[in-house]
Ligand binder design. Structure first.
Ligand code: 1QQ
Length: 384
């Protein structure tokens, strides 16, 4: 009798202690933070590496800030970074790996529209949310309801650029030069053409080039011959800097401004073009001098961390991570892709370095573009 009694009280004591221990360790104060995997597909090599590098820095900074504040109750981001080499096929390989093997909650990227228009079809089919941070071609989000972007489209930015350039420089007739074998450079050309038509600006001449070209003198001589008020260029950074250098070299004077699209939004491009970049006009989605306090803090911390100020691509990557994190937090899960898609679609007026951020009902970025001009080797706001 005595032993049975003793045994049962020992058992009760054991149960009490056991449940206390379990209770303590499963209470929020003692639990480890949850983790969520995000796959980043960025162009670290190839023609778009000038953008990929700064995107990675912007994203990493946001991840470090979020993870430092996650504490024990929060959600930590586990980032997986892969290089798509600026090539659609490599983008496809990385998307498949992220979706099937790594089982990421969502994907941020890829850098180029030329890659995104192929990769995003895969993500849509597999039901994996994608947040584009630098794709600007028209219609990308038409691929489906899992495709989002925080990068303003060229169709929104370019008409504003043309309107302001026309006002400030009395532009009535232009010549166009664009890359015809890249989805972004060709798409930008289409958007410029439409905006010029709508603004009643005459197109005197159109010239093209191919990826990897380095001599643009033939096309530029033809453009010089028709005597335009401005030259419109749709190109990625590497070709962009060569084009503006060669335009001035063959004697197109600095009084004839060059107007570029999103590919020109890179301080690396300005640096490579040197003196020839002076006066360049570029439409953008973000500017470094914005007084938004979140933006001031971002510019200061980024500059301190990477010894170089951020550009638009870093800002969009940084904002992209915060937008993704907000959606994951609100979804109540760390890996339910459908739930994350649903909360992503509901993001409204989120404070970001791009300003208060919301998506349009077509999942595109919904904010105002600006127009910049290069003076003394730096971008300044020309108009809004
Ligand atoms: C696109 C772009 C490029 C300039 C991104 C780096 O806007 O490919 O859509």
């Amino acid at each position: 009798m005595f032993t049975v009694k003793r045994l049962s009280s020992m058992l009760i004591a054991f149960i009490i202690i056991f449940s206390l221990v379990i209770g303590i360790y499963s209470s929020p104060a003692y639990s480890a933070p949850k983790e969520t995997k995000i796959g980043f597909v960025l162009s670290m090599t190839g023609v778009a590496s000038v953008y990929g590098e700064t995107q990675k820095n912007g994203a990493q900074m946001a991840i470090d800030e979020i993870n430092a504040l996650a504490g024990k109750k929060g959600i930590k981001i586990v980032p997986l970074f892969e290089d798509d080499a600026s090539m659609p096929q490599q983008g496809v390989n990385v998307f498949k790996k992220f979706i099937k093997e790594d089982k990421v909650a969502m994907i941020i990227g890829p850098t180029l529209s030329n890659t995104a228009r192929v990769t995003d079809i895969i993500a849509q089919k597999e039901g994996v949310p994608v947040l584009a941070i630098s794709n600007t071609i028209k219609g990308l989000t038409d691929i489906g309801d899992f495709i989002f972007r925080n990068s303003l489209t060229e169709a929104v930015v370019i008409p504003n650029t043309i309107r302001i350039a026309k006002e400030k420089f009395q532009i009535a007739k232009v010549a166009l030069l664009y890359g015809k074998d890249d989805a972004f450079t060709k798409g930008g050309y289409d958007d410029f053409k439409k905006a010029l038509h709508d603004a009643k600006i005459k197109i005197l001449n159109e010239q093209t080039f191919l990826k990897g070209d380095s001599d643009f003198s033939k096309q530029l001589e033809k453009i010089k011959g028709v005597n335009p008020n401005a030259i419109i260029v749709s190109a990625l950074a590497e070709e962009a800097s060569a084009i503006i250098i060669q335009a001035r070299q063959i004697g197109i004077p600095a009084t004839i401004p060059i107007i570029g699209g999103n590919g020109f939004n890179s301080p690396a491009m300005i640096k490579n073009a040197g003196e020839a970049a002076e006066g360049l006009i570029v439409g953008a989605a973000w500017n470094t001098v914005s007084e938004n306090p979140m933006n001031r803090k971002f510019v200061d911390s980024f500059t301190a961390k990477y010894k170089n100020p951020p550009d638009q691509f870093a800002a969009q990557a940084y904002a992209g991570v915060y937008i993704a994190y907000e959606a994951i937090k609100k979804s109540g899960t760390t890996n339910n892709r459908k739930a994350i898609r649903d909360t992503l679609s509901k993001i409204k007026d989120l404070d970001t370095v791009l300003g208060k951020f919301s998506f349009t009902k077509f999942r595109d970025a919904n904010h105002k573009p600006i127009v910049q001009q290069v003076k003394g080797g730096k971008f300044f706001v020309l108009g809004e």
